[in-house]
Design a protein around this ligand. Sequence first.
Ligand SMILES: [Zn+2]
Length: 329
Amino acid sequence: MSVDPRREKGQIKYGHFISNCYVPRTIALTYDDGPSENTEELLNILDEAGAKATFFIAGNSNGKGPIDTTSKWTDVIKRMVEDGHQVASHTWSHPDMDEMGSQDRRLDMAKNERALANILGKYPTYMRPPYLHCNNQSGCLSDMRDLGYHVISYAFDSGDWMDPNNLTAMTERVDRAFQSTDAQEGRMLLIQHDTIRTSAVNLTKYVLDMISQRGWKAVTVGECLADDPERWYRDPAWISLASRSKRGCVVSGRDFCGDVRRFHTKVECFRSNVQCEQAALECMNSGSTDKKDCEKLETICSMQFLFCSTCGEPEPPCDIGNFNVDKRA
Ligand SMILES: [Zn+2]
């Protein structure tokens, strides 16, 4: 993945802390450390309110197991994107990034990129450092710039981590935040944790009520910064289909998960290819899906057809493990 071009796109700075929204009357709800047992319910609450949020995902922290090989996490992360939320990185193992060397830091980021690409077919350009520790002296910020990340802080801390069961303390803090001068303009970036149940469920409902009373809109971080959704993610230069998690997408978009079914023989390869073409066609005919995603899948189907036609004669074997999708194609 280190070979990927990390072009800087758009107006939003890279390798630089951003702590508030730019767009008036928007609020960015952000959730760190997940997914967790509360995330599915949180997604239902957001969905009911028509609210969008941003999830800063830690790939393998708190003993939850790797996100790309634990199917309940894989499913919930796919749902985030399908529901129109933004998926961002919170590192792989949740380390203090100022306390590690550049090489370890980049490796930890790369692991999360690979895992998210295994699930979504793409990886984020937005990240939040654990404990917000990422400074210039340690070289962390320049690493994030090299890797092409927007570094996201927050304007207001819900403080949910201080007393995880005390809803009153959390709502009082949020009340104060909404009364502050910054919030009068209706631009706010709030931090919560979906690993903390009272925060994910109860506090979210409370905040959504306040937002609707004020006529504000709960949006993703990208949207509250007026950054084009195209720039929230990067395509990996290649995808090894064999390394993908079982229910991962090669192309992931809103309401759409383009998949290539596993195959181990020439016959299965062609059968899988027919399914690929059908999925691409259905995508094209559906009203709701972004046509760019359908075109991406179509390109991959054509590459698969070529692969099926030439594999096994005698090399390479007709196995999904030998079919790598070059995303630059
Ligand atoms: Zn965290």
